[in-house]
Design a protein around this ligand. Structure first.
Ligand code: PEP
Ligand code: MN
Length: 649
């Protein structure tokens, strides 16, 4: 039942209602809505609804309309995100904005086989390893699996590559053998309605992938999920794997419409197994991609290094290179669906505790561009130079990826230029990369110089290289030299490098003067920008679970900024009411940027920066209260960070 609470309910009344329901063995979930706050309650014993209706503070009681309760959206409005630790301090998240790929052979056949396949699927981007040790085969004469020996190999391979292990349990009698090896239990299609097995596996409290039987309706699938949820686990992942139809061209018929239909019926994550659905190796990738396009939270696929020799399901097992290609395509597709692909962080990732690079003892901060880029200067501005190693990557996306994967402790990301405006790509990256938060910010004054080879003077110059923004920002200076030809470069630093490599006196670059010493050039003219008020604001990003950098210069000032991203409700006045919360809080909003949400035309993320000046309370407590209020007016609120920024009040 769903218990609607009165608007003026006191804390004491709410506590009494909760303890009354708990006493009657109800599972509770409180949902705070814009209009009402409700408690969804599910119990095994029926009680007279009137006993609840008369409790003080209750405005009404509505029965949950579906036969499945704990699995229903009525019980829990927000998507469930299941976290599976990988033994390296990382949690693989299934559900929400994440796309996960689970891959491996149908069955574990030997130690060498699973080690080799684990290595290749991990390298291609799988985040969990699948493989059967006990195989439910249609024929008693087919390979039945290696049993416990298979589990030993599977666990060894999983541990080596940081991949949690998924394997099928076919009988409750195997629980004592399996429990030490398994991270995620799989209930196979043939056992979907083995209710005793469901109850016993649910009681283990571990995550479970529940495969849809090829003869089950979606409601039957959800009723089976209900068995698991009501027996003790909160972590059930539904898996569509094809149903039996009159069509024989494929092994089964992949019912992809199950994904959006289940999405509205349940809060549980939904994955798809295109391998068992299609049954034909070279048709699997298309359906894997289609699954992601349908909104699936992930896929589980069979991959084999020698499928022609596989002891089971060889015909549908992808070759490692087919899997690799599909993963590339999924990377490209996921942002269109407003999702990002989950990755395993490197072994011995430097972010685990110390946020220090273990080899050099230095912090590693990634930036996009070459040595001498303005972002690199921002790094040495923000961190004490001797404490930091700058790591150059090729794009803004790669900065976010490096931080997420633990390859870099921090990233230096340009967010806004005072003349050219917002760097939209990085606003978008904040909604794509959920594991990243803001640790600090730094503003750099952009000063351009004309750099030439040693011995050159301004009168020698005929050809100038720079980034188009560099030309724009030095237009007045260039207008005085109309005879120069201007050549675009990918960055100001690479312009300097080009001039250095050419060695020609007639070439010059517009770039920061620090490039002169890096590339052996001479400063021919300084401060040639039109407007000295040319600033770029960078934010320093880090993975969510890391402590603040010891080397940050700003770390000795109290937090004075908070940044959020907020998804408003799709209704009139949504933004107005959101801003009202900031208004009441007397925070000074310094930035409000809207960005379209990928895959959801005409819906937007709002990116908000606010100054925390004049707040007497602890900033974290204050912001937590603010977020609670924002949530009443927004579909989603994510705190990007509370941080110190020099030059803010
Ligand atoms: C499997 O995953 O190897 C398997 C047997 O799947 P299903 O239960 O979907 O047939
Ligand atoms: Mn199989």
């Amino acid at each position: 039942m769903v218990i609607v609470l009165k608007k003026d309910i006191s804390d004491g009344q709410k506590k009494d209602i909760r303890s009354f329901l708990k006493k009657h063995d109800f599972k509770l979930n409180e949902i705070v809505g814009e209009e009402d706050t409700v408690i969804a309650a599910v119990g095994k014993v029926g009680i007279d609804i009137r006993d609840v209706e008369i409790l003080p503070g209750v405005s009404g009681v509505i029965p949950i309309s579906k036969p499945y309760k704990l699995a229903s959206r009525e019980f829990k409005r927000d998507d469930t995100i299941i976290e599976v630790p990988n033994g390296r301090g990382q949690k693989i998240r299934i559900g929400g904005h994440h796309v996960v790929s689970i891959a491996g052979p149908c069955a574990v056949e030997s130690r060498e086989q699973i080690m080799e396949i684990a290595a290749s699927v991990a390298a291609s981007g799988a985040v969990m390893l699948r493989g059967g040790a006990y195989k439910p085969r249609s024929s008693p004469y087919s390979f039945q699996g290696l049993g416990e020996e298979g589990l030993v190999y599977l666990k060894e391979a999983g541990e080596k590559y940081g991949l949690p292990v998924v394997t099928e349990i076919v009988s409750e009698t195997l629980i004592p053998v399996m429990r030490d090896y398994v991270d995620v239990y799989q209930i196979g299609a043939r056992n979907m309605q083995n209710f005793d097995l469901l109850k016993k596996v649910g009681a283990l409290g571990k995550p479970v992938i529940l495969k849809r039987s090829y003869t089950a309706t979606l409601e039957e699938l959800l009723m089976s999920a209900e068995y698991l949820l009501s027996s003790g686990t909160d972590s059930v992942i539904l898996c569509e794997r094809g149903i039996r139809t009159f069509e024989h061209a494929t092994r089964n018929t992949l019912d992809l419409s199950a994904v959006p239909v289940l999405r509205s019926l349940t809060h549980l994550p939904i994955i798809v197994d295109p391998s068992h659905a299609v049954g034909i190796r070279d048709k699997v990738a298309a359906m894997g991609l289609a699954s992601v396009a349908a909104g699936a939270d992930g896929i589980i696929v069979e991959v084999h290094n020698h499928p022609e020799k596989a002891l089971s399901d060889g015909a549908q097992s992808m070759l490692p290179e087919q899997f690799d290609k599909m993963m590339h395509d999924i990377e490209a597709l996921a942002p269109v669906m407003g999702k990002s692909v989950a990755h395993i962080r490197e072994a011995n990732s430097s972010v685990v505790k110390t946020a220090q690079n273990s080899l050099s003892g230095k912090i590693v901060c990634a930036y996009s561009g070459k040595r001498g880029a303005y972002a690199e200067q921002a790094i040495t501005r923000y961190f004490d130079e001797q404490d930091v190693l700058s790591m150059s990557v090729d794009s803004f996306d790669e900065i976010f990826q490096a931080v997420t994967d633990g390859k870099a402790d921090y990233g230096m990301v340009p967010i806004e230029n005072s003349l050219a405006g917002s760097v939209y790509q990085n606003y978008d990256n904040f909604s794509r990369f959920e594991d990243v938060s803001i640790a600090g910010a730094v503003t750099l004054n952009i000063r351009h110089a004309l750099l030439g080879v040693k011995g050159a003077s301004v009168s020698d110059i005929k050809k100038v290289f720079s980034h188009p923004q560099g030309f724009g920002q030095c237009k007045k200076f260039l207008d005085a030299h109309k005879d120069w030809s201007l050549v675009d470069a990918v960055s100001t630093a690479s312009a300097a490098q080009t001039v250095s490599e050419s060695g020609l006196k007639e070439t010059a670059a517009i770039a920061s003067s620090v490039n002169a010493s890096i590339y052996g050039l001479e400063v021919l003219a300084e401060d040639i920008e039109n407007d000295p008020g040319n600033f770029t604001r960078f934010v320093v990003i880090q993975a969510n679970h890391v402590e603040k950098a010891a080397g940050a210069k700003e770390s000795n000032i109290a937090p004075n900024m908070a940044s959020f991203i907020v998804k408003t409700r799709n209704e009139p006045g949504a933004l107005y009411s959101l801003l009202g919360v900031f208004n009441e809080s007397s925070l000074n909003l310094t930035r409000l940027e809207s960005r379209p949400i990928a895959g959801q035309p005409w819906r937007y993320w709002f990116y908000v920066d606010a100054e925390l000046s004049g707040i007497k309370k602890d900033a974290a407590v204050y912001v937590e209260e603010l977020i609670k209020k924002l949530r009443l007016h927004a579909e989603e609120v994510r705190l990007l960070g509370i941080y110190a920024e020099a030059g803010r009040s």
